[in-house]
Design a protein around this ligand. Sequence first.
Ligand SMILES: [Zn+2]
Length: 61
Amino acid sequence: MKEVLCPKCGIRMEFMAETESNSEGREVRYFYRCPACGARINESIMKILKKDSSVIIKVLQ
Ligand SMILES: [Zn+2]
């Protein structure tokens, strides 16, 4: 995993993920967050769509 430094504080940011469910399926967002000031940098967004019995994974970023 690459190291990302906060643009404000210059310290190492934490890699985190959050998920959100809706009627289409689920969205997973990966991002870096600074533990000191809370600044956030989005890394990627993944959409997991359920269609019938299959699952489609889309990477948006
Ligand atoms: Zn910071």
